[in-house]
Design a protein around this ligand. Structure first.
Ligand code: ADP
Length: 584
């Protein structure tokens, strides 16, 4: 430690300067060494203990209080401050020692001061009252005791030095903390910017996907629908085979597109589940039949069982439950050559408002090894390239099932043994229908069942800009004896209904000039004056939850199933004829 022993003596008496200088310059005697040893014990091993040579003090002199202050100021400015001041009290005619200390401490509060006086001009109490209690202040009466003076110089200059070091260390720490805080603030600002950028990108991705969803589903609708029409015509065996193959490819493509869209929606946190009443055992039965129907030539027995204790009607999202069961079911069929595939729903727990159910699909297929099981529900995971090459699929199905299940407050899992079979399961918490609630309109799958075609009456207007879809809708509806007009944009629709009393409009949402949403809004506005309300069915590539508030009576999701479309048309045509036959 290099100690600063820069001392200032402020006294109007020259002989005091000489006395102090002489005492501080005198070699250490036994007492000094003893005291130095004691100090060393207190403050650590300093150079003093090993050195009985006089300590080198650098001493300056001032004879008036003002002069003392100026010297302190200059030394500070020069970067070589005083660590200790010996200050006389009486120094006429200028400011006295106490005033000088006040002035010095006002600017330089760290300097150590020894007040040295022969007279008690001020009592200690008065001094404290004027200067405040301070650990930087010592009082010594003249004439001085040489050892006490020397030891005071040694201790106070060392104390000053230690204080400076502590201050520097604190400053350094404060600087480091401020630097780190600034870094952290910059980091937080960058992070915020990046987060906002990522959120914007994710929003852009979602709206891009919603647009693409429509763009892709529209031609897919044409492709699948035309294919269906083609299969209804007289085809040679070879032509039928190719058309069937085209159908399978189109359906596979559609499944992949749907998976990617669902996956992106979940990733963007945009997947919302419905809460509507539905009949659970109908869903399970229909699904089992659907899978059974798509089985071509494998020796498999299908069965389904829903625990009798489960209430017939529940509230939840039947579309998503069906989607998970369909994914499990098609996988079971894909990976099973013979044996059994069964669908089961079991009641796990129940309270007055909810039920917890376990859905499972078991097969006697190829099974999955313990090593592969853990990665099954991860994104883009197929057990091996052999399965993807031979069975197709995006590897997204099970990961979507897992995320949908989590949205329903449940979990997924699998038990499997190679060559024995697998049981894929998921749990879900569903609401019960309150017994005192309103009558429940159970949305069961019978809707999808083909219905005999009824003699159609009334004209339908198809608003659709895609030529392929125009031909498709026209064909389907004309086969059912409906009379059909086509408009390829919203403006034409608005004009057409002025002249022709259509019974129903099928309205595509995205059309040039005036789109389906704008056209529907304009029609509903006009109807406010006439009191009429024409059924408008939206044709959309993605689900629209708030279709009613947008002025639509119903919607059909593209690519649509022919029977579903016809069933919706019939429903609204019937409703309209009942209403119009009622007395006004
Ligand atoms: P993909 O959409 O490609 O079918 P899934 O996520 O549905 O993807 O399934 C991922 C993989 O899990 C499949 O490729 C297959 O390897 C394995 N797998 C799923 N279900 C079964 C099952 N019932 N039996 C054997 N393997 C299965």
């Amino acid at each position: 430690m290099i100690t600063n022993r820069h001392i200032l003596i402020v006294d109007d008496n020259e002989s005091i300067h000489q006395d102090i200088e002489a005492i501080l310059a005198s070699p250490s005697d036994a007492t000094d060494v003893q005291l130095a040893e004691m100090e060393s014990e207190l403050f650590g091993d300093t150079e003093v203990i090993r050195n009985s040579e006089p300590i080198q003090y650098e001493i300056d002199h001032a004879y008036q209080g003002e002069e003392g202050f100026e010297k302190v100021k200059k030394a500070e400015e020069d970067g070589h401050p005083y660590s200790l001041i010996y200050m006389d009290v009486r120094m006429p005619p200028g400011i006295d020692g106490i005033q000088a200390i006040q002035k010095i401490w006002g600017k330089y509060p760290h300097v150590e001061v020894v007040i040295s006086t022969a007279y008690s001009d001020y009592s200690w109490d008065q001094i404290i009252r004027r200067l405040g209690t301070s650990d930087k202040l010592l009082f010594m009466k003249k004439p001085f005791d040489a050892t006490a003076l020397k030891q005071a110089a040694l201790t106070l200059t060392t104390k000053w030095q230690l204080q400076q070091e502590a201050n520097q260390y604190t400053e350094k720490l404060e600087y480091e903390v401020a630097k780190r805080t600034r870094q952290l603030e910059n980091f937080m600002a960058d992070y915020k910017k990046m987060k906002e950028k990522a959120e914007k990108a994710s929003e852009a991705k979602s709206s891009f996907l919603a647009e693409m969803s429509h763009e892709i589903r529209t031609p897919m609708n044409g492709l699948l629908g035309m294919n269906e029409l083609l299969l209804d015509t007289d085809l040679s065996e070879e032509q039928r085979e190719y058309t069937e193959m085209a159908k399978v490819s189109a359906e596979t493509l559609l499944k992949i597109i749907n998976d990617i869209l669902d996956f992106s929606k979940i990733e963007a946190g945009k997947m919302e589940l419905e809460a509507v009443p539905f009949n659970l055992s109908d869903i399970v039965k229909t699904l089992s039949h659907l899978i059974e129907k798509s089985n071509t030539g494998k020796e498999i027995i299908f069965s389904s069982n829903t625990d009798k204790k489960i209430p017939a009607t529940l509230i939840g999202d039947p579309v998503r439950i069906r989607q998970i069961l369909l994914n499990y079911g098609t996988n079971a069929l894909k990976f099973t050559e013979e044996g059994r595939i069964s669908f089961n729903v079991e009641l796990l727990a129940e309270d007055s408002h909810t039920v917890e159910l376990k859905f499972s699909v078991s097969d006697t297929g190829m099974g999955i090894s313990a090593d592969d099981k853990y990665k099954l529900f991860e994104k883009f995971s197929q057990v091996n390239t052999f399965t993807s090459r031979n069975y197709g699929g995006s590897g997204l199905g099970l990961s979507i099932c897992k995320q949908l299940t989590q949205l329903m407050g449940g979990e997924v899992g699998v038990e499997s043994e190679v060559d024995k079979g697998s049981t894929f399961w998921f749990t879900a918490i569903l609401k019960k229908v309150e017994s005192n609630g309103h009558p429940v309109d159970v949305n069961n799958d019978k809707k999808e069942a083909p219905q005999p075609s009824s003699p159609a009456t009334g004209k339908i207007l198809i608003a659709e800009d895609d030529m392929g879809n125009q031909v498709l809708f026209k064909n389907i509806l004309e086969k059912e004896n409906y009379i059909v007009d086509v408009a390829d944009n919203g403006l034409t629709v608005i004009e057409a209904i002025e002249h022709t009393p259509y019974r129903l409009i099928l309205m595509d949402l995205q059309m040039p000039k005036v789109d389906g949403l704008q056209a529907t809004a304009a029609i509903r506005k006009k109807e406010k004056n006439t009191g009429k309300s024409i059924p408008i069915i939206a044709l959309t590539g993605s689900m629209i939850k708030d279709y009613k508030s947008l002025g639509f009576d119903d919607y059909v999701l593209k690519p649509m199933k022919k029977n579903h479309l016809l069933q919706i048309i019939r429903k609204w045509m019937d409703k309209e004829s009942v209403q119009s036959s009622q007395p006004q």
